[in-house]
Design a protein around this ligand. Sequence first.
Ligand SMILES: [Zn+2]
Length: 403
Amino acid sequence: MCQLYRILCLAGLVFAAAAMPFQAAAAQPVATGVRIGVHPSATRFVIDLSAAVEYRIFTLSDPYRVVIDLPEISWRLPPGAPASGVGLIAAYRYGLFKPGTSRVVLDVKGPVAVASAFVLPPAEGRQYRLVLDLKAVSRDEFERLARAGLPPPPSVADRPEPEPPAAARRLDDRRVVVIDPGHGGVDPGAVGASGIPEKDITLAIARDLKKEMEATGRYKVVLTRDRDIFVRLRKRIAIARAAGAELFISLHADSIGNPAVRGASVYTLSEKASDKEAALLAKKENKVDIIAGIDLSNELSEVTGILIDLAQRETMNDSVLFASMLVVDLLREINLLQKSHRFAGFAVLKAPDVPSVLFELGYLSNRKEEQQLRSPHHRAKIIAAVLRAADRYFAETDRLRRS
Ligand SMILES: [Zn+2]
């Protein structure tokens, strides 16, 4: 299956910047609103902006998406869930894609063409507006347009990641733990009952965890992201290996259809999932590159299969040891799912030499659990459990290696 793209335009609309003094021009453009309008011949997508910006638009297939890349934008949209399912647009999301680039990804209901795209200057009480008109086309037309388009300029995200350096040696007695706040930037992850995105919950808990673990003097904690930015799964693994991680904990919080389901769970890597729910969850968590509007056509996708090599076996034993300890320590503090330790093919757990677990903190689709995950008291319990499990894990692996 090939991915198709089409560069629509690379517009140098810098007249606003040129007219302003340097300081104002250097400020980040602000997005204050997003609207979708349905017209007989097109679906119109509009972003209200404080300044004219350069933009790049391309389309992707499998699934069909329209991607708009902008300079780094400060998003100040009115609160409330964004409209979705309007016209040709099934859903959209926005956020930081990489330093300097904000991205909007539109999930479209079928093959579309970008009929026009332009920036309107302020008028009639409105600010600058980036306007995009989409029209439905056949698959053949979509492919024809893609062939006529230019190849996309290389972006940092599309380039293969360089091999990470071999694990760094520890410089002191502190154990190196990498905490991975799931999702980020243009990939919000699950959305909570009251609208809070998973990416905010995972980042807040990761920061607290770093602070508390480092305060003991026993740990050096590296975060895979410390801001609201998209990071690819393979990059997260590379960060862990480059840091010389001795333990990798990926934080997530799921959302499902049944609002009554609640409880935390811990996952380790396996080729074969322990049950259907675990397999579905892994599939969902592995999809983030598609969500962030990345072209996967020239890559061997980690999403399609998880193969585990021999070198990973010992690492996997250690992962299972930590997961079982974490479950025991969590049980004393918070609600857990019934089968609290499960297995599935999570791509982010694939570092061959770093024991890794994926910790689902709870269900954002459950109102009570969402509230708890936002409360400092509940977070403190989770952090205490992780810290105790890490202490016990390193004591045990040291003992095993000595004996
Ligand atoms: Zn997640």
